[in-house]
Design a protein around this ligand. Structure first.
Ligand code: PLP
Length: 395
Protein backbone atom coordinates (compact mmCIF):
# COMPACT_ATOMS: atom_id res chain seq x y z
CA UNK A 1 0.00 0.00 0.00
CA UNK A 2 1.53 3.31 -1.08
CA UNK A 3 0.45 5.77 1.54
CA UNK A 4 -1.20 3.72 4.25
CA UNK A 5 -0.11 6.08 7.05
CA UNK A 6 -1.58 9.12 5.36
CA UNK A 7 -4.79 7.23 4.63
CA UNK A 8 -5.12 6.15 8.27
CA UNK A 9 -4.52 9.67 9.61
CA UNK A 10 -7.79 10.72 8.01
CA UNK A 11 -9.68 7.46 8.71
CA UNK A 12 -12.45 6.71 11.19
CA UNK A 13 -11.61 5.24 14.54
CA UNK A 14 -12.55 1.63 13.77
CA UNK A 15 -10.42 1.72 10.62
CA UNK A 16 -7.53 3.08 12.66
CA UNK A 17 -7.97 0.40 15.33
CA UNK A 18 -7.97 -2.28 12.65
CA UNK A 19 -4.81 -1.11 10.86
CA UNK A 20 -2.49 0.95 13.09
CA UNK A 21 0.37 -0.59 15.04
CA UNK A 22 2.40 -3.22 13.22
CA UNK A 23 2.93 -3.32 9.45
CA UNK A 24 2.12 -6.80 8.05
CA UNK A 25 4.79 -6.29 5.38
CA UNK A 26 7.44 -6.46 8.12
CA UNK A 27 6.57 -10.10 8.85
CA UNK A 28 5.95 -11.84 5.55
CA UNK A 29 2.41 -10.47 5.34
CA UNK A 30 1.08 -12.01 8.52
CA UNK A 31 -1.65 -9.71 9.78
CA UNK A 32 -0.53 -9.88 13.43
CA UNK A 33 2.95 -9.17 14.77
CA UNK A 34 5.06 -12.01 16.16
CA UNK A 35 5.31 -12.40 19.93
CA UNK A 36 9.01 -11.68 20.35
CA UNK A 37 10.25 -13.07 23.65
CA UNK A 38 13.68 -12.01 24.71
CA UNK A 39 16.18 -10.45 27.04
CA UNK A 40 19.40 -10.58 24.98
CA UNK A 41 19.61 -8.90 21.59
CA UNK A 42 22.78 -9.49 19.55
CA UNK A 43 24.81 -6.76 17.84
CA UNK A 44 26.70 -7.40 14.58
CA UNK A 45 30.00 -5.93 15.82
CA UNK A 46 31.70 -4.24 18.78
CA UNK A 47 31.26 -0.71 17.49
CA UNK A 48 27.49 -1.14 17.09
CA UNK A 49 27.38 -2.65 20.55
CA UNK A 50 29.23 0.14 22.39
CA UNK A 51 27.18 2.83 20.65
CA UNK A 52 23.95 0.78 20.99
CA UNK A 53 23.31 1.91 17.47
CA UNK A 54 20.46 -0.36 16.48
CA UNK A 55 16.71 -0.38 16.97
CA UNK A 56 16.52 -3.08 19.66
CA UNK A 57 19.20 -3.38 22.33
CA UNK A 58 17.74 -5.29 25.28
CA UNK A 59 14.42 -6.87 26.26
CA UNK A 60 13.52 -4.29 28.91
CA UNK A 61 13.80 -1.50 26.31
CA UNK A 62 11.11 -2.86 24.00
CA UNK A 63 10.44 -5.51 21.38
CA UNK A 64 8.68 -5.41 17.99
CA UNK A 65 5.53 -6.62 19.79
CA UNK A 66 5.53 -3.94 22.49
CA UNK A 67 6.43 -1.33 19.85
CA UNK A 68 3.42 -2.30 17.74
CA UNK A 69 1.14 -1.60 20.71
CA UNK A 70 2.95 1.65 21.62
CA UNK A 71 2.66 2.87 18.03
CA UNK A 72 -1.08 2.21 18.01
CA UNK A 73 -1.57 4.05 21.31
CA UNK A 74 0.59 7.01 20.20
CA UNK A 75 -1.43 7.39 17.03
CA UNK A 76 -4.73 7.29 18.94
CA UNK A 77 -3.51 9.68 21.64
CA UNK A 78 -1.46 12.04 19.51
CA UNK A 79 1.38 11.49 21.99
CA UNK A 80 5.15 11.76 21.55
CA UNK A 81 5.70 8.51 23.40
CA UNK A 82 3.93 5.74 25.31
CA UNK A 83 5.19 3.45 28.02
CA UNK A 84 3.59 0.11 28.80
CA UNK A 85 3.54 -0.88 32.45
CA UNK A 86 2.33 -3.89 34.37
CA UNK A 87 -1.00 -2.49 35.63
CA UNK A 88 -3.26 0.53 35.48
CA UNK A 89 -2.19 1.46 38.98
CA UNK A 90 1.47 1.48 37.89
CA UNK A 91 0.45 3.81 35.05
CA UNK A 92 -0.54 6.35 37.71
CA UNK A 93 2.28 5.81 40.20
CA UNK A 94 5.18 5.88 37.71
CA UNK A 95 4.49 9.41 36.39
CA UNK A 96 4.13 10.59 40.01
CA UNK A 97 7.56 9.08 40.78
CA UNK A 98 9.01 10.53 37.58
CA UNK A 99 7.85 14.12 38.07
CA UNK A 100 7.67 14.60 41.86
CA UNK A 101 10.40 14.87 44.48
CA UNK A 102 10.90 15.82 48.13
CA UNK A 103 9.44 19.22 48.96
CA UNK A 104 6.99 19.23 46.04
CA UNK A 105 3.24 19.66 46.42
CA UNK A 106 0.72 17.65 44.37
CA UNK A 107 -2.98 18.34 43.86
CA UNK A 108 -5.08 15.19 43.47
CA UNK A 109 -8.80 15.06 42.69
CA UNK A 110 -10.82 13.73 45.63
CA UNK A 111 -12.85 11.35 43.42
CA UNK A 112 -9.62 9.58 42.49
CA UNK A 113 -9.28 5.81 42.02
CA UNK A 114 -8.76 4.58 45.59
CA UNK A 115 -5.40 2.77 45.13
CA UNK A 116 -4.01 6.04 43.68
CA UNK A 117 -4.95 7.75 46.95
CA UNK A 118 -3.33 4.95 48.95
CA UNK A 119 -0.10 5.43 46.98
CA UNK A 120 -0.20 9.21 47.52
CA UNK A 121 -0.88 8.93 51.24
CA UNK A 122 1.74 6.22 51.69
CA UNK A 123 4.71 6.25 49.38
CA UNK A 124 4.49 9.81 48.07
CA UNK A 125 4.30 11.25 51.58
CA UNK A 126 7.13 8.97 52.65
CA UNK A 127 9.22 10.46 49.82
CA UNK A 128 8.54 13.94 51.18
CA UNK A 129 5.81 14.99 48.73
CA UNK A 130 2.94 17.04 50.13
CA UNK A 131 -0.43 15.80 48.86
CA UNK A 132 -3.68 17.74 48.83
CA UNK A 133 -7.09 16.58 47.59
CA UNK A 134 -9.43 18.95 45.79
CA UNK A 135 -13.14 18.94 44.96
CA UNK A 136 -13.79 17.52 41.46
CA UNK A 137 -16.20 20.45 40.87
CA UNK A 138 -13.55 23.07 41.71
CA UNK A 139 -12.94 24.28 38.13
CA UNK A 140 -11.20 27.70 38.10
CA UNK A 141 -10.99 27.52 41.91
CA UNK A 142 -7.96 25.25 41.51
CA UNK A 143 -5.80 28.36 41.10
CA UNK A 144 -6.26 29.27 44.77
CA UNK A 145 -4.82 25.87 45.81
CA UNK A 146 -1.65 26.17 43.72
CA UNK A 147 1.36 26.90 45.94
CA UNK A 148 4.85 27.98 44.87
CA UNK A 149 5.98 24.34 45.22
CA UNK A 150 2.99 22.77 43.43
CA UNK A 151 4.45 20.59 40.67
CA UNK A 152 1.65 18.33 39.58
CA UNK A 153 -2.12 18.46 39.09
CA UNK A 154 -3.82 15.08 38.74
CA UNK A 155 -7.24 14.81 37.10
CA UNK A 156 -9.54 11.85 36.76
CA UNK A 157 -12.74 12.41 34.82
CA UNK A 158 -15.23 11.03 35.27
CA UNK A 159 -14.20 10.35 38.86
CA UNK A 160 -14.09 6.80 40.16
CA UNK A 161 -17.46 5.48 41.43
CA UNK A 162 -19.26 8.85 41.47
CA UNK A 163 -18.37 10.00 37.93
CA UNK A 164 -17.93 13.76 38.46
CA UNK A 165 -16.64 15.48 35.32
CA UNK A 166 -13.86 18.09 35.37
CA UNK A 167 -13.14 21.11 33.18
CA UNK A 168 -9.95 19.63 31.76
CA UNK A 169 -8.96 22.46 29.40
CA UNK A 170 -9.57 25.21 31.94
CA UNK A 171 -7.72 23.47 34.76
CA UNK A 172 -4.81 22.50 32.50
CA UNK A 173 -4.41 26.10 31.33
CA UNK A 174 -4.36 27.36 34.92
CA UNK A 175 -1.86 24.68 35.98
CA UNK A 176 0.46 25.55 33.09
CA UNK A 177 0.48 29.22 34.07
CA UNK A 178 2.06 28.03 37.33
CA UNK A 179 4.45 25.54 35.69
CA UNK A 180 2.56 22.48 36.97
CA UNK A 181 2.50 19.23 35.05
CA UNK A 182 -1.03 17.94 34.38
CA UNK A 183 -1.67 14.20 34.52
CA UNK A 184 -5.05 12.62 33.81
CA UNK A 185 -6.43 9.15 34.41
CA UNK A 186 -8.59 8.71 31.28
CA UNK A 187 -9.44 5.03 31.80
CA UNK A 188 -13.23 5.48 31.65
CA UNK A 189 -13.36 7.19 28.25
CA UNK A 190 -10.41 5.39 26.56
CA UNK A 191 -8.64 7.30 23.75
CA UNK A 192 -11.77 6.74 21.63
CA UNK A 193 -14.09 8.99 23.62
CA UNK A 194 -11.61 11.56 24.96
CA UNK A 195 -8.08 12.59 24.06
CA UNK A 196 -6.56 14.33 27.10
CA UNK A 197 -3.52 15.72 25.26
CA UNK A 198 -5.81 17.66 22.89
CA UNK A 199 -7.29 19.42 25.93
CA UNK A 200 -4.03 20.54 27.51
CA UNK A 201 -3.12 17.49 29.60
CA UNK A 202 0.60 16.59 29.55
CA UNK A 203 0.42 12.95 30.60
CA UNK A 204 -2.48 10.68 29.68
CA UNK A 205 -2.97 7.54 31.75
CA UNK A 206 -5.02 4.42 31.00
CA UNK A 207 -5.68 1.17 32.79
CA UNK A 208 -5.38 -0.96 29.65
CA UNK A 209 -6.68 -3.78 31.84
CA UNK A 210 -10.15 -2.35 31.16
CA UNK A 211 -11.50 -1.78 27.63
CA UNK A 212 -8.22 -2.08 25.68
CA UNK A 213 -7.60 -5.64 26.97
CA UNK A 214 -11.33 -6.10 27.18
CA UNK A 215 -11.53 -9.71 28.32
CA UNK A 216 -10.70 -9.69 32.06
CA UNK A 217 -7.52 -11.66 31.43
CA UNK A 218 -4.62 -9.19 31.15
CA UNK A 219 -3.30 -6.44 33.41
CA UNK A 220 -1.56 -3.46 31.82
CA UNK A 221 -1.25 0.31 31.93
CA UNK A 222 -0.48 2.93 29.25
CA UNK A 223 1.29 6.22 29.99
CA UNK A 224 1.40 8.63 27.04
CA UNK A 225 2.96 12.09 27.10
CA UNK A 226 3.45 15.14 24.95
CA UNK A 227 6.93 15.98 23.62
CA UNK A 228 7.86 18.20 26.55
CA UNK A 229 7.43 15.57 29.24
CA UNK A 230 8.44 12.44 27.35
CA UNK A 231 12.15 12.20 28.19
CA UNK A 232 11.68 12.38 31.95
CA UNK A 233 9.02 9.67 31.93
CA UNK A 234 11.02 7.47 29.57
CA UNK A 235 14.14 7.77 31.74
CA UNK A 236 12.24 7.14 34.99
CA UNK A 237 10.70 3.99 33.55
CA UNK A 238 14.10 2.80 32.29
CA UNK A 239 15.73 3.56 35.65
CA UNK A 240 13.03 1.70 37.56
CA UNK A 241 13.57 -1.32 35.30
CA UNK A 242 9.91 -1.73 34.39
CA UNK A 243 8.60 -3.48 31.31
CA UNK A 244 5.78 -5.75 30.15
CA UNK A 245 6.03 -9.06 28.34
CA UNK A 246 5.46 -9.33 24.61
CA UNK A 247 2.80 -11.95 25.35
CA UNK A 248 0.75 -9.41 27.29
CA UNK A 249 1.38 -6.66 24.73
CA UNK A 250 0.12 -9.02 22.03
CA UNK A 251 -3.07 -9.72 23.99
CA UNK A 252 -3.80 -6.03 24.49
CA UNK A 253 -3.12 -5.22 20.83
CA UNK A 254 -5.52 -8.02 19.91
CA UNK A 255 -8.12 -6.60 22.29
CA UNK A 256 -7.80 -3.14 20.81
CA UNK A 257 -8.61 -4.29 17.28
CA UNK A 258 -12.22 -4.78 18.44
CA UNK A 259 -12.33 -2.08 21.11
CA UNK A 260 -14.40 0.32 19.00
CA UNK A 261 -17.24 -2.10 18.38
CA UNK A 262 -17.18 -3.45 21.94
CA UNK A 263 -17.21 0.00 23.42
CA UNK A 264 -20.11 1.09 21.22
CA UNK A 265 -22.11 -1.87 22.50
CA UNK A 266 -21.17 -1.14 26.14
CA UNK A 267 -22.08 2.52 25.58
CA UNK A 268 -25.53 1.82 24.15
CA UNK A 269 -26.49 -0.86 26.68
CA UNK A 270 -25.23 1.11 29.68
CA UNK A 271 -27.10 4.21 28.61
CA UNK A 272 -30.29 2.23 28.09
CA UNK A 273 -29.95 0.64 31.54
CA UNK A 274 -29.11 4.02 33.14
CA UNK A 275 -32.24 5.60 31.65
CA UNK A 276 -34.35 2.64 32.72
CA UNK A 277 -32.97 2.89 36.27
CA UNK A 278 -33.66 6.61 36.35
CA UNK A 279 -37.36 5.94 35.81
CA UNK A 280 -37.65 3.54 38.75
CA UNK A 281 -39.08 4.38 42.18
CA UNK A 282 -36.52 2.18 43.94
CA UNK A 283 -33.62 4.23 42.51
CA UNK A 284 -32.85 7.60 44.11
CA UNK A 285 -30.23 8.80 41.64
CA UNK A 286 -28.24 7.56 38.66
CA UNK A 287 -24.62 8.72 38.43
CA UNK A 288 -23.90 8.62 34.70
CA UNK A 289 -22.29 11.65 32.99
CA UNK A 290 -24.22 11.14 29.73
CA UNK A 291 -27.58 11.63 31.49
CA UNK A 292 -28.83 15.23 31.23
CA UNK A 293 -29.85 15.02 34.92
CA UNK A 294 -26.23 14.49 36.00
CA UNK A 295 -24.77 17.66 37.62
CA UNK A 296 -21.64 17.93 35.42
CA UNK A 297 -23.33 16.57 32.26
CA UNK A 298 -22.56 19.80 30.34
CA UNK A 299 -18.81 19.17 30.60
CA UNK A 300 -19.25 15.62 29.35
CA UNK A 301 -21.35 16.88 26.46
CA UNK A 302 -18.86 19.60 25.56
CA UNK A 303 -15.73 17.42 25.64
CA UNK A 304 -16.44 13.70 25.25
CA UNK A 305 -17.33 11.75 22.11
CA UNK A 306 -19.09 8.96 23.97
CA UNK A 307 -19.74 7.28 27.29
CA UNK A 308 -18.54 3.89 28.40
CA UNK A 309 -20.24 1.06 30.24
CA UNK A 310 -19.58 1.88 33.90
CA UNK A 311 -21.78 4.01 36.14
CA UNK A 312 -23.38 3.96 39.60
CA UNK A 313 -26.80 4.41 41.12
CA UNK A 314 -28.16 5.15 44.57
CA UNK A 315 -30.54 2.46 45.81
CA UNK A 316 -33.60 3.44 47.81
CA UNK A 317 -33.16 2.01 51.31
CA UNK A 318 -34.48 2.35 54.84
CA UNK A 319 -32.44 4.69 57.03
CA UNK A 320 -29.87 2.74 59.03
CA UNK A 321 -30.23 -0.38 56.85
CA UNK A 322 -28.21 0.64 53.77
CA UNK A 323 -25.88 -2.33 53.98
CA UNK A 324 -28.74 -4.87 54.24
CA UNK A 325 -30.46 -3.43 51.14
CA UNK A 326 -27.23 -3.24 49.17
CA UNK A 327 -26.18 -6.79 50.02
CA UNK A 328 -29.67 -8.20 49.34
CA UNK A 329 -29.62 -6.52 45.93
CA UNK A 330 -26.14 -7.79 45.04
CA UNK A 331 -26.66 -11.32 46.35
CA UNK A 332 -29.80 -11.76 44.22
CA UNK A 333 -27.95 -11.14 40.93
CA UNK A 334 -27.27 -14.06 38.59
CA UNK A 335 -25.31 -12.86 35.58
CA UNK A 336 -23.74 -9.84 37.24
CA UNK A 337 -20.55 -11.01 38.91
CA UNK A 338 -19.42 -9.44 42.17
CA UNK A 339 -15.87 -8.52 41.33
CA UNK A 340 -13.45 -5.64 40.97
CA UNK A 341 -12.25 -4.06 37.76
CA UNK A 342 -14.36 -3.61 34.62
CA UNK A 343 -14.05 -3.28 30.85
CA UNK A 344 -14.40 -7.01 30.19
CA UNK A 345 -17.22 -8.67 28.25
CA UNK A 346 -19.24 -9.56 31.36
CA UNK A 347 -21.47 -7.51 33.67
CA UNK A 348 -20.17 -6.74 37.16
CA UNK A 349 -21.56 -5.06 40.28
CA UNK A 350 -19.71 -3.56 43.26
CA UNK A 351 -20.93 -1.97 46.50
CA UNK A 352 -19.28 1.47 46.57
CA UNK A 353 -17.63 2.86 49.68
CA UNK A 354 -16.96 6.59 49.79
CA UNK A 355 -15.32 6.48 53.23
CA UNK A 356 -11.96 7.56 51.81
CA UNK A 357 -13.30 10.88 50.49
CA UNK A 358 -12.20 14.10 52.16
CA UNK A 359 -14.19 16.65 50.10
CA UNK A 360 -16.57 14.95 47.62
CA UNK A 361 -18.41 12.85 50.19
CA UNK A 362 -21.77 12.25 48.54
CA UNK A 363 -24.20 10.86 47.70
CA UNK A 364 -25.34 9.78 51.17
CA UNK A 365 -29.12 9.25 50.80
CA UNK A 366 -28.75 5.55 50.10
CA UNK A 367 -26.22 2.83 49.30
CA UNK A 368 -24.26 3.41 46.08
CA UNK A 369 -23.85 0.47 43.70
CA UNK A 370 -21.55 0.54 40.69
CA UNK A 371 -22.41 -1.43 37.57
CA UNK A 372 -20.29 -2.43 34.61
CA UNK A 373 -22.70 -3.25 31.80
CA UNK A 374 -21.24 -6.12 29.79
CA UNK A 375 -21.98 -7.41 26.31
CA UNK A 376 -24.97 -9.56 27.35
CA UNK A 377 -28.46 -8.86 25.96
CA UNK A 378 -30.01 -5.79 27.58
CA UNK A 379 -33.29 -7.61 28.38
CA UNK A 380 -31.35 -10.21 30.38
CA UNK A 381 -29.39 -7.52 32.22
CA UNK A 382 -32.66 -5.81 33.16
CA UNK A 383 -34.21 -9.09 34.26
CA UNK A 384 -31.22 -9.73 36.51
CA UNK A 385 -31.38 -6.25 38.04
CA UNK A 386 -35.14 -6.69 38.62
CA UNK A 387 -34.31 -9.66 40.84
CA UNK A 388 -31.93 -7.44 42.80
CA UNK A 389 -34.59 -4.77 43.31
CA UNK A 390 -37.12 -7.38 44.41
CA UNK A 391 -34.70 -8.77 46.99
CA UNK A 392 -33.92 -5.30 48.31
CA UNK A 393 -37.63 -4.46 48.58
CA UNK A 394 -38.21 -7.64 50.60
CA UNK A 395 -35.95 -6.39 53.43
C1 PLP B 1 -8.96 -0.03 37.26
C2 PLP B 1 -8.42 1.34 37.30
C3 PLP B 1 -7.06 1.57 37.48
C4 PLP B 1 -6.09 0.46 37.78
O1 PLP B 1 -5.98 -0.53 36.82
P1 PLP B 1 -5.37 -1.96 37.23
O2 PLP B 1 -4.86 -2.50 35.94
O3 PLP B 1 -6.49 -2.75 37.81
O4 PLP B 1 -4.26 -1.70 38.22
C5 PLP B 1 -6.61 2.86 37.45
N1 PLP B 1 -7.46 3.89 37.26
C6 PLP B 1 -8.76 3.71 37.09
C7 PLP B 1 -9.66 4.88 36.89
C8 PLP B 1 -9.29 2.43 37.10
O5 PLP B 1 -10.62 2.25 36.97
Amino acid sequence: MKNKDGFLDAAGVNTRLAHLGNDPADYHGFVNPPIVRGSTVLFPDAQTMVTENQKYTYGTHGTPTTDALCDLVNRLEGSAGTILVSSGLAAVTIPFLAYLGAGDHALIVDSVYFPTRRFCNGMLKQLGVEVEYYDPAIGAGIEALILPNTKLLHLEAPGSNTFEMQDVALMSAIAHRHDCIVTMDNTWATPLYFNPLDHGVDVSIHAATKYPAGHSDVLMGFISTNEKHWKKLHDANRDLGLCVTSDDAYQVLRGMRSMGVRLEHHRKSALEIAQWLEGRDDVLQVLHPALPSFPSHDLWKRDFKGSSGVFSFVLKAQEGRFKEHSHAFLDALSIFGLGFSWGGFESLAVPVSLRDRTVAKGPTEGPVIRLQIGLENVEDIKRDLEAGFAASAAI
